[in-house]
Design a protein around this ligand. Sequence first.
Ligand code: ANZ
Ligand code: ZN
Length: 855
Amino acid sequence: ESRYNPAEIEPKWQQEWDARGLNRTSEDTAKPKFYALSMFPYPSGNLHMGHVRVYTFVDAIARSKRMQGYRVLNPMGWDAFGLPAENAAIARGVHPAQWTYANIAQMKQQLQQLGISFDWEREVATCSPEYYRWTQWIFLQFFQEGLAYQKEAAVNWDPIDRTVLANEQVDSDGRSWRSGAKVERKNLRQWFLKITDYADQLLDDLEQLPGWPDRVKTMQANWIGRSIGAYLEFPIVGRDDTIGVFTTRPDTVYGVSYVVLAPEHPLTLQVTTSDRRAAVEAFIKEVSEESEIDRMAEDRPKRGIPTGGEAINPFTGEAIPIWIADYVLYEYGTGAVMGVPAHDERDFQFAQQNALPICIVVVPPDAEGIQPLEFAYTAPGKLVNSGQFDGLPTAEAKRAIVDYAAEKGCGKVRVQYRLRDWLISRQRYWGVPIPVIHCPSCGCVPVPEADLPVTLPEDVEFSGRGPSPLVKNTDWVDVPCPSCGEPARRETDTMDTFLDSSWYYLRYVDAHNDDRIFDPEKIDDWMPVDQYVGGVEHAILHLLYSRFLTKVLRDRALLKAGEPFLRLLTQGMVQGLTYRNPKTNEYIPSPRVDPNDPKDPNTGEPLSVFYEKMSKSKLNGVDPLAVIATHGADTARLFVLFKAPPEKDLEWDDADVEGQHRFLNRVWRLVTAHASTAGKGAFEPPTDSRQLAKPEKELRRAVHTAIAAVTDDLSGEYQFNTAIAELMKLCNALSDADCTTSPVYAEGIDVLLRLLAPFAPHVADELWQQLGRSGSVHEQSWPQHDPEALVADEIEIVIQIMGKKRGTILVPASASKADIEARALACDAAQRYIAGKQIRKTIVVPGKLVNFVVG
Ligand code: ANZ
Ligand code: ZN
């Protein structure tokens, strides 16, 4: 009897699939298309368990869709620009390209060991000139459309990586998403993409994505942050100009007790009276050293200072003081706020600190009179102290006041977004050069399309100090102006790598086209992506940028799809068993700990034991290659599929890995035993259960139940864990069956292998071959269940006496009403409880119960 040996069969089948081109994308347009997409990895050099999980999910989807008759696109590539390569160059003196391509080769080999059915003929690496030529071309599309522009801005500067970052790349602590450094503010001239032009569409079109998790859609909506409100103007006393404010509560305008400017606001010094000047200047300097995040923090005292200047409330005609304060941000709205202490928490706090008046203008709808406030009243209500608007409910008051302001010429409706334009400039080498030339006479000239790509110079020095290596490379920087021919300079900023990754899925459909970015027919054939799978950490950045870019290209008539990803699955994290010494906070690697008595091997102190996301620093990682070496890729795949629902976190557990390995061994024994007896070669599957003996009927029911359940688990929601559980049940039913020579049994074995194929592709193909069946199991069609086979032949009937349950009986599913009644009457339970009494009435509910009324 042969033994299940994954180390032998897995490489064999990987080569076989490759040689036979089974993973290549079918061109058969008679079949419906299915585009399965995995978030492509950064080529760090080694696969981790998170990769194993996401690529196994996508592979299970791709393989099952192929069997279900789709032509499937399942591509893979590399998000290959970025800082780690450049940092490696600085640390070790290898060129970033060399480091990156070596890592790609290694990770590709590891992915192949997992048996993922990627179509490698469409592989892309964002750092290759063939790819980034088109990233530059996309930049030129944005430029021509007026959607790429340069401006001087206060930007987030990462002092460790020595580059600027987009807002999205700074976490809520004010730290860089990559280096973890506390971000500083700097004024620099930078390139931006005008994502704000698409704010409304990006928000409204979320409704077209029912196949996305609500959580992700909410995060995007909050990030875009649309507020509908008003713009109101407050004339400055003694000057001709006004201060414009953005407010979401125009209904509170009678309650304004001060106006407050951001310290960076251009009017601050102009409204300041001479006696206040020195103090105001000192305050502005102090605030400029704080981060935006600190300034917005809720729990922090708000700091401010009066300017001595005054403004007029256009509604009351009253003069109110003009302040400056750190809680007002210059980049949001107009950089100025009307202070309404009674109805805004921050203003309330600020007014209390600074002894500013608190004037109540909104009260609860049912309130009689006006009660003093202990904190701001922010809920809707009705207006008081508001002149002609008294008594109006909040919503109506908002409208009436904005209308009135518009009529008087001191205000209008305004929509405000939290979303800012996307800052794409990076001052580093290993990225896509921005294809622009700066000419002293022509200004900023785009590189002509024919001159793309602008390639990175190869001969550069990586010192880790000073400006980007590109700046120092004069051979590369000094070029004639494409427009007038005079000496000019190349742009030395490279692009944010999030731009590279916001369009890679478009290139896959026509990955090697040298004439254009992609063929229009191919793009409209394949797009949008039917199922995207990746980490929830990309819920804002990558997914928002990709949606934006798709919409811009659609508006340039380059493709039809307005949304790139129809359905999105965000997989949970893989967590490892973690040991930490609670006293020293040191992590201990699991091989040094006795799991039954977890103690610090050095000090003997008891350890805390918990699950946490696998990471190098926690010493809790499990190497996928080690698992493949000991148990095989198929076991690793089944484990990550079975252990948790796909969107939930998964706890690594060696015992459960063993369990999956045992399951595959059972399948192996079952199928090889069948192959060595009657089961080799083709068979005639039964099409009708009625002719079958009882054990055959039962087995056929189990087989077709498995088909129906697994098919359902793979349609739309992808419940891989329950699908694997169904396969285990089917395996049990086959083991228990005593009709092993029946064609029903042969069908059961056949179905088991087909259903197993998307999940454990190597062992399924090996057993398929051992059965003597032709072709690869992956070329077979997905089984269809026979609804008739699911019908049970016997059903359980509840026996009641006077409405009380006294027992149950089994009756044939086909039994007539009279037959059921007779069997019920004859059964033990009925006999015992009726016991000589008179039956006055018998109620039969077919398929459910029989109730005897006695007495
Ligand atoms: C007066 C007012 C009264 C306000 C009231 C609120 C409640 P969202 O929803 O985030 O758009 N605001 C406007 N610009 C600001 C800036 N640059 N920095 C800090 N705060 C600013 O919030 C809009 C509200 O935030 C605006 O409405 C304004 O305060 C404040 F009872 O105006 B409100
Ligand atoms: Zn010029």
